[in-house]
Ligand binder design. Structure first.
Ligand SMILES: Cc1cc2nc3c(=O)[nH]c(=O)nc-3n(C[C@H](O)[C@H](O)[C@H](O)COP(=O)(O)OP(=O)(O)OC[C@H]3O[C@@H](n4cnc5c(N)ncnc54)[C@H](O)[C@@H]3O)c2cc1C
Ligand code: FES
Ligand code: FES
Length: 474
């Protein structure tokens, strides 16, 4: 397909297979090997580029997604005689050893500093949490980013100018970039453009952020004859309120949700879950609709959406229907979506203003960890402070999100204190039958699920609460 975009400040127009990944186009076809590929599955950040000034993983982008965008690779960051201030700070602080992670790390920092010129220490740590460095150590990297604004200019020792893209075509045009080389990829801009494509290509897979689908494709788990991107359809994005509900477009990204005041005000339980989802790079493009449609038992937005009583709007060329979230997800990786249907929105009723909302996830590490077990809760109280209604949902301890009506009923009328919750732990463990997998054994999951209940009454700040406090204080 023919695409036009701006690459390192210069317009470029080229022909490339639509299903070629951006990282392959840049490295192999255009010779811009400063962009590295580590994992190819969104986990290491080595392939980070800037797309319209925002850092993005080029291993999770296809050629048509570049159309009309301004792309900056590390080669184009400082084309003059001096290093970019972030590059200079990395040199000054000794923040580079083997250098494999450095282009991605630098571009991630450039994006952060453009939005937060004087970032706090924890903001820098958070920003680079999706960029893995295995030799320098993060202390020097974080110091370099924090000091970038104060770093004097440093001459660039490079003798060669940044390579120009080949003017008339590509070095390796047509080389397969994935398991479905040659598959068509469409990026419709309206729903009216989408429906005919879905009708014409019933086997086509839609994708939004691609943070699940492009990873499955890379790992050979799917081999779709055609892909249809939803990221440019405005009608699928955005957050709006009515007096009683908030409507979230399915292609709204996790990052946009985190930044939205309506989500902060009405759904702290969802916000806490989103903070733990993936890395900043993943949250920048991953969407709520994608998280729902993936229907993973470990999907982080699912337990909050269950306890918030969310309804999912499903749309097709034929019309619209509304499904309670529990009816949408029918099994691990399975939904009630019919051919030709997409999720267009999620509608969440606003809970009582004084409801206690809580989310906690236990993973193998802090950043980019799939849940070993998670718990979301919305608890409302009567005038005397007794529990009026408790809605609890566990993630990663069953084939789908688990609700335990026995535990919810046992809480009603009581107090939300350690004694009550402790007494209910055996009930939780008894009713769960999680699986053992690479992340954790079934017994451990059962025990953690019970222990998570205790934190409902816990006054100690959790990791998330601490981040909230820091945010409010700044
Ligand atoms: C490194 C890494 C870390 C991750 N960490 C987490 C994590 O901590 N927690 C977590 O929950 N997830 C995690 N994920 C998974 C993923 O990021 C999320 O599930 C994300 O929300 C998927 O959204 P997406 O828009 O990228 O989906 P896509 O990859 O675009 O699509 C995923 C699936 O949903 C379908 N789909 C997408 N949009 C729609 C729609 N509107 N209607 C119908 N079907 C649709 C696609 O056909 C596909 O089957 C991680 C992924 C990666 C690569
Ligand atoms: S190569 Fe690891 S995130 Fe892209
Ligand atoms: S400098 Fe070697 S991986 Fe970071």
């Amino acid at each position: 397909m023919k695409i036009e975009f701006e690459l390192n400040g210069k317009p470029i127009c080229l022909d490339a297979p639509a299903d070629r990944r951006a990282v392959d186009l840049l490295r192999e076809d255009l010779g811009l090997t400063g962009t590295k590929e580590g994992c190819g599955t969104g986990e290491c950040g080595a392939c980070t580029i800037l797309v319209d000034g925002r850092s993005r993983l080029s291993c999770l982008m296809l050629v048509p997604q570049l159309e009309g965008r301004k792309i900056t690779t590390i080669e184009g960051l400082a084309p003059g005689e001096h290093l970019h201030p972030v590059q200079a700070a990395f040199v000054r602080h000794g923040a580079v050893q083997c250098g494999f992670c450095t282009p991605g790390m630098v571009l991630t920092a450039v994006d952060l500093l453009a939005r937060h010129p004087e970032p706090r220490h924890d903001e820098v740590i958070e920003a680079v949490s999706g960029n893995l460095c295995r030799c320098t150590g993060y202390q020097k990297i974080v110091s370099a980013v924090m000091d970038a604004g104060n770093t004097p200019p440093m001459p660039c020792s490079r003798q060669e100018p940044a390579p120009d893209p080949p003017p008339n075509g590509l070095r390796n045009a047509g080389r397969p970039g994935g398991t479905t080389a040659g598959s068509p990829v469409w990026m419709p801009r309206t729903l009216e453009d989408l429906w005919p494509l879905l009708a014409q290509y019933p086997q086509a897979r839609v994708f939004a952020g691609g943070t699940d689908l492009l990873v499955w494709r890379r790992n050979g788990k799917i081999d779709s004859p055609a892909l249809i991107g939803l990221e440019r359809i405005d009608a699928l994005r955005g957050i709006a309120e009515t007096p009683d509900t908030v409507r979230i477009g399915a292609a709204t990204t996790h990052e946009a949700l985190l930044a939205d005041p309506l989500v902060s005000r009405h759904f702290p339980v969802l916000k806490q879950a989103l903070r733990t989802l993936g890395s900043p790079h993943i949250r920048h493009v991953g969407t709520i609709g994608g998280n729902l449609a993936t229907a993973s038992p470990a999907g982080d937005t699912l337990p909050p959406l269950h306890v918030l009583d969310a309804t999912v709007t499903v749309q097709s060329a034929e019309g619209t229907r509304h499904l309670p979230i529990a009816s949408l997800i029918t099994g691990p990786g399975q939904t009630a979506l019919m051919p030709g249907e997409i999720i267009s929105a999620v509608i969440i009723p606003k809970p009582a203003a004084d409801a206690r909302q809580h989310f906690e996830k236990v993973g193998l590490r802090q950043a980019m960890a799939c849940a070993v077990a998670s718990l979301a809760a919305v608890v409302t109280f009567d005038d005397t402070g007794g529990i009026d209604r408790a809605r609890l949902a566990w993630g990663s301890v069953g084939p789908t999100v688990v609700r335990l009506p026995e535990v919810e009923a046992a809480l009603c009328g009581g107090r939300l204190d350690q004694k009550t919750l402790d007494a209910l732990r055996p009930l939780v463990s008894r009713h769960l039958s999680p699986i053992s997998d690479v992340r954790a054994g079934a017994d451990y999951r059962r025990r953690v699920a019970g222990n998570l209940l205790l934190r409902l009454a816990d006054d100690r700040p959790t990791r998330q609460a601490t981040a909230d406090t820091v945010e409010q204080a700044s």
